[in-house]
Ligand binder design. Structure first.
Ligand code: GZL
Ligand code: ZN
Length: 349
């Protein structure tokens, strides 16, 4: 090899070595700041002051309804840095596999607590077993899980949905009696929420318990309208086409009621206590309470979305080593024309 070639060879080798070292160092740097495929790892997201924050991973069902938005706000308002928390929030967009992915991510990030509202009751045993083995307490809010081993979750905070369903039946009977229709044949349709969700199961069961006490009540059909306005409108339109005479709509959340009202209007029928179709709804969100005050919705069974503060209280107790109950029901009431207007005047809590 001539002298020139030897010189050229030496320079090339040197450049390659420098490049390799630089690449290696860059790689370390990258790993160092925890950026792996763009996902920041928790340890690196916590600045030093975060070390004493309680890390809470929250998996929310989705954003399918006005109620859900209020529920999410109640969580985000309470798990703040000022209150001593580092919140990791995931919206599952109504898909169970997204919730399972989020829970596994919380486990791998070694959060201190998991808080979640399960879309539907079945399919959680495995991932909750993983959380238990990781020593991470799980607090359920809103909906329940159907697991063999109830030690897989620490506590559940939510509504007594069966009681909500019973209240719908009781208030319907009261209004029919008031109208002298207690012995008339009453043709009922039910817009149900997401199939397999605790709210759907409980409200359906509770209403059916009361309906069975009235053999002049006929439930023509109950159909899954997924707690959304769009599906509520679509399914109500189909029911109005199919059944000539519907006296009562039981709608398992206000979002579906808003959709059903569009369909009722388009069908040239009137909704209301004194209209063609009497409506009993659930959630009692603000825009629905205005319809209750106007007599369009006859009664709205409140479903208290403010569960964030209850979950935070449970975590505070657990942090102190205090005992917590397995189940907490949030307070709820029934709104009718008599008390809806007053409720609307109350400041947003
Ligand atoms: C009830 C909750 C239900 C609401 C709906 O606690 O699970 O889910 O009634 C929401 O609005 O979609
Ligand atoms: Zn409720």
């Amino acid at each position: 090899m001539t002298e020139n070639k030897r010189e050229w060879f030496r320079i090339t080798v040197t450049v390659l070595i420098v490049l390799a070292v630089a690449m290696f160092a860059a790689g370390l740097m990258l790993l160092g700041c925890g950026e792996i495929n763009g996902e920041k790892k928790l340890e690196d997201m916590r600045t030093p002051v975060d070390e004493n924050l309680t890390v809470v991973g929250v998996s929310q069902v989705g954003s399918e309804s006005v109620w859900r938005t209020a529920n999410t706000e109640s969580i985000q308002n309470v798990f703040t840095k000022e209150n001593g928390y580092f919140l990791i929030f995931d919206n599952a967009r109504q898909k169970q596999e997204n919730q399972i992915k989020a829970l596994r991510s919380f486990i791998s990030q070694r959060v201190d607590y998991i808080v979640f509202s399960p879309l539907t009751e079945d399919g959680w045993d495995t991932v909750l077993q993983e959380a238990k083995e990781a020593g991470i307490p799980v607090i359920l809010i809103d909906r329940k899980v159907n697991v063999k081993d109830t030690s897989l979750y620490t506590t559940w905070i939510g509504s007594d949905f069966t009681r909500e369903g019973r209240m719908a039946g009781t208030v319907l009977a009261k209004y029919l009696t008031r109208q002298g229709r207690q012995d008339d044949t009453i043709r009922i349709v039910v817009l149900q929420g997401t199939e397999g969700a605790t709210a759907t199961i409980g409200r359906t069961r509770g209403f059916r318990e009361v309906a069975q006490q009235h053999d002049n009540w006929i439930i023509l059909e109950q159909v899954d309208a997924e707690f959304t306005t769009a599906k509520g409108e679509e399914e109500m339109e189909r029911l109005l086409d199919k059944y000539e005479d519907i006296d009562v709509l039981i709608s398992q959340n206000d979002d579906m009621t808003f959709g059903a009202l569009e369909a009722i209007d388009r069908a040239g029928k009137t909704a209301g206590t004194d209209g063609d179709i009497m409506i009993i709804s659930f959630d009692a969100v603000k825009n629905a309470l205005k319809l209750v005050a106007d007599g369009v919705i006859t009664a709205d069974i409140e479903c208290n979305p403010h569960q964030g503060e209850y979950a935070e209280t449970v975590i505070e107790r657990l942090e102190k080593g205090d005992p917590v109950a397995k189940l907490y029901f949030v307070p709820e009431t029934v709104y009718t024309k008599n008390n809806a207007a007053t409720a609307l005047e109350e400041p947003e809590d």
